[in-house]
Design a protein. Sequence first.
Length: 288
Amino acid sequence: MTDVRPFLPDPLIEPVIRMALAEDLGRAGDVTARACVPPGTRLKAVFVGRRAGVMAGGDCVRLAVLAMDPAASVLVTLPEGAAFEAGTELVAVEGDARAILAAERTALNLLGRLCGIATLTRAYVAAVAGTSARVADTRKTTPGLRALEKHAVLCGGGFNHRFGLDDAILIKDNHVAVCGGAAEAVRRARASVGHLMKIEVEVDTLDQFDDVLAESPDVVMLDNFTLPMLRQAVERADVSPFGRPVLEASGGVSLETIGEIARTGVDVISVGALTHSAAALDVGLDAR
């Protein structure tokens, strides 16, 4: 069977690691380690999950340690997307003690952040089990960390929405206001882009929904629709003579509400909270 676990290439991670290490090392480097740890001291240690969660960010740890000690041994013991219990060893390292201590906080910050996102995403995915709805992220990410945070969503079993402004057209309420209507905005978009560019339009009423259906957008975002409105939109899309677009529910989605939203029959539920509200998972580094 093909390995389909989420994978993030090193060149996408390395700039973040360099920036974070430079921020932490400051003007003089780790003065504490230099003052307390004799040169050449070796350290064996493990990064451990203090709480149960979902693994994401093992390569961030690896690259942070290797940036400080290229000769270090780093073993990511748990694959991306794997669930773990409290006390589980996530990454084992051995190398120059000063280097590992200097990389510790950068590695823990990224590992904890990404595991937190993956863990929260897994909870949302579990809440829609038994339906056909997919859980997707948004662009509400930490500036500079979008690729990493969206990777963590994949690790949790979610799906990625667009990465930036350039990979799909998403006509939102302010675009609609400027264009004079949602249907008109879709017409303008269709006339100006190539056949490979997807077009999504946001609507907040059923009347708007009916208008845009006639323009055959690829995706319609149902923004802050009530459950009855979502069901009506699904019913109308299913019998539309213009073809059925993908229906995406968005706005105010929580763990308590996502199950009912999924059962209306929508195809995608986008959740900004996956990245903007995920708490960092408690992880630590233990010397051995």
